[in-house]
Design a protein around this ligand. Sequence first.
Ligand code: PLP
Length: 393
Amino acid sequence: MKKFDYNTLFVPTYKREGAPVVKGKGVYLYDSDNTAFLDFGSGIAVNALGHSSPQLLKALREQGEKVLHTSNLYFSKPQIDLARQLLKSSFGDRIFFCNSGTEANEAAIKFARKKAKQVSPDKFHVLSFYDGFHGRTYGALSATAQGKFHSGFEPMLQGFHYAKLNDISGCKKLLKAHPFAAIIVEPLQGEGGIISATTEFLQFLRDFSDKNAITLIFDEIQCGMGRTGTLWNYQQHGVIPDIMTLAKPVGGGLPLGVVICKESVAEAIHPGDHGTTFGGNPLACALGTEVLKAVGKKKFLKDVTLNGEYLKRKLSELQTKYPVITAVRGSGLLLGVEFKEDPQGVIALCKDKKLLLVKAGHNTIRFMPPLIVTRKEIDKALGIFEKALKAHI
Ligand code: PLP
C-alpha cells in the first residue's frame, strides 16, 4: 500500500520525509516504526537535557497540576523564580519573557529603538552581520543579513545595515555613516556555519557602542545556556552586552524566549510599550528553572567542555583522513564540519544509518547533541559519520 504523504497536509515551508517522530529518550528519538535515531541536532540546539528528562517531566507534572496559563496581567511564581535565577547568573538587571527566538530579537530591537529615540528621532538604525541569523519575523528577518531568507519577502524594514563579522575597519566606516540605535550580533554564528566573532571584534563593538550611545545586543539564542561550555558565550570573551536574547534550550523543549537587559535599557520602556499573551508561560518557565539548575552546575559545564574538546579532536582527525572536509570549528558542543561542497548527501547517509545531523550555512554540518551526551554516544555518532563519509566518496 502506498504510504500517505504527510507533506500534503502542510504549507510547504519545510522539506520533510520519513516516518513521524513519536517519542524520545536521552539522546535518542524514535519514529513510528520504532526505529531509534541518535539525535545530534537536539531539535536545533533545544534539548539540552536530552529527551524525556525525568527532572523536566517531574516539573512539568507538578506545574501542570497548578496552573497552565495566566497571561501577563498577573505575576506568576514560575516566571519570578526563573527571572531571579537568570538575573543571578548573568549581567542582567531586568527580564522580558516571550515565546521564541525571533520574538526575543523583536523585543530587543524595539527596546533599543525606544531608548535611542530619547536621544534623537533619527537614531533608529540597526547594524547586523552577514551570515548571522536572528529569526523570521520582520524585525529579526531584517537583521538577518542573508539574502536567501529575504527573497520574496521584501521590502525589509527601514534602517537595517549589514557588515562583515570580524572586519573592524569596514564596520567602523558603516557605523559612522548613520545614527545607530543598536548592533545585534551572535558571538558564535550558528545557522551561518559555526563562525565565531573574535574577542577583539566584540570589544570594538562594545567600545564603539559605549561612545555612541548604541545598545549592544548579543543573540545567544543558539550559543547560550551552556552550549559552548560556559553558561553564556559572552563569558568566553569577557565582553558584556546591554541586551542578551535567549530561546531554544531555555524552556526545556517548550516555547520560551528571553530578553535579559541592563537597567539602562529597561528604563526606556513603560507599561503598554510591548507585550505578549503567552510569553513566559508558567509551564515553560518551570522547566526553564530546571534547565538552568542543571546546566549552571560547574561539573555539567566542565563535561560539556571536555566532551566538546573530545568530539572536536576526533572530527579534526577525520579531516586529516578525508580531504572532503575543509575545516572543523566551534566551541563546546556547538561544532561545525565544513565540506568542500554541499554536505546534504552526507547528512542523508547519516540519517540512513540512524544519526541525525543538521546543516549550517552552505557547506557545514553542525554537531550539537544534547548536552548530557556521553563519550560512548559520541563514539557511536563518530563511527556512523565516518561510515557515511566512506560511502560518500
Ligand atoms: N537567533 C538565532 C541565533 C537562532 O539560531 C535562531 C533560530 O535558529 C533564532 C534567532 C530564531 O529563533 P526561533 O526559531 O525560536 O524564532
